[in-house]
Design a protein around this ligand. Structure first.
Ligand code: CAA
Length: 254
């Protein structure tokens, strides 16, 4: 298992091991992210025990995450990690390196888990994309989402573009990304970016309420239903009906 503390993460199990709470734990840096943090997240995706069926991702301190550690692109890089972009790297190698970084985000879609982002304060760039990687988002009133990458001359590349377009549609996603503006809690709820907005100081309670509801549903049915729903946007009606039949047959005939 990766050294989570070194990666800037903290892991806690609740509800007899059914819930894994993962905290981004560099509050003094507004939970800025780094390749080491992404490697830590990816290792959690591989190594969380079978008992875990709900994952809650949160941020310690005033912000969920201020995105990529801005020291990553300096010649010295992030202390203890070096530059995110090795000097003189060729484009094909960079493409492979980004695939490795994306592993920290992709596993949150795994049907083994229902994943919840508990978001407060800033969720900028990689922070916004991490929240988008989760199945569900609950936000505090003070939340500010911002897809800042285009304003920095970059594209969002940490798996966030698909869920953003799926949730808000192409025109709104374009507007959000190409203006790099802040989105507050009420607008995020109206756009479907968050399922619920919690009053100041009540984010943990709101998340716990959702966790309790999720745990009340049969674990196998929850996993199979998530897998089924994930296929729906890309399937025709015929394909989705067929997928429903097969999934139900596995539920009813062991
Ligand atoms: N990287 C490294 N350190 C960061 C950081 C980041 N992204 N964001 C904040 N910090 C550090 C600050 O340097 C500061 O450290 P010191 O106390 O040592 O000075 C500390 O966290 C607190 O920050 P602020 O004093 O700025 O706090 P604030 O509440 O006034 O503002 C903020 C918070 C709006 C998040 C502001 O810090 C900020 O704009 N940060 C940079 C955000 C950013 O540009 N992120 C990169 C987005 S792009 C991306 O994520 C994806 C990609 O691939 C490029």
């Amino acid at each position: 298992m990766t050294d989570l503390e070194k990666a800037g993460l903290r892991l806690e199990y609740n509800h007899d091991g059914a819930v894994a709470e993962i905290a981004l734990n560099r509050p003094e840096r507004r939970n800025a992210q780094s390749p080491a943090l992404w490697a830590g997240l990816a290792s959690l995706g591989r190594e969380l025990p079978e008992t875990v069926r709900v994952v809650v991702l949160k941020g310690e301190g005033p912000s969920f995450s201020a995105g990529l550690d801005v020291r990553a692109f300096t010649p010295e890089g992030i202390p203890g990690e070096g530059p995110a972009l090795p000097r003189g790297i060729a484009r094909p190698e960079l493409v492979e390196l980004i695939a490795v970084y994306q592993e920290g985000f992709r596993w949150l879609r795994d049907p083994r888990f229902t994943t919840i982002a508990a978001v407060h304060g800033h969720a900028i760039g990689a922070g916004f994309q991490l929240a988008l990687s989760c199945d569900l988002r609950i936000a505090a009133e003070d939340v500010r989402f911002c897809m800042k990458e285009p304003a920095l001359g970059l594209v969002p590349d940490l798996t966030g573009t698909k869920p953003l377009v799926d949730i808000v549609g192409l025109p709104r996603a374009l507007e959000i990304c190409l203006t790099a503006r802040n989105i507050g809690a009420e607008e995020a709820r109206e756009l479907g970016l968050v399922e619920r907005v919690a009053k100041s100081g009540e984010l943990d309670d709101a998340v716990n309420e959702l966790v309790t509801s999720l745990l009340a549903v049969d674990a196998g049915a929850a996993r199979a239903t998530k897998a089924l729903l994930q296929q729906a946007p890309a399937n025709s009606l015929d394909e989705q009906c067929a997928a429903e039949r097969v999934a139900q047959s596995f539920r009813l005939v062991p």
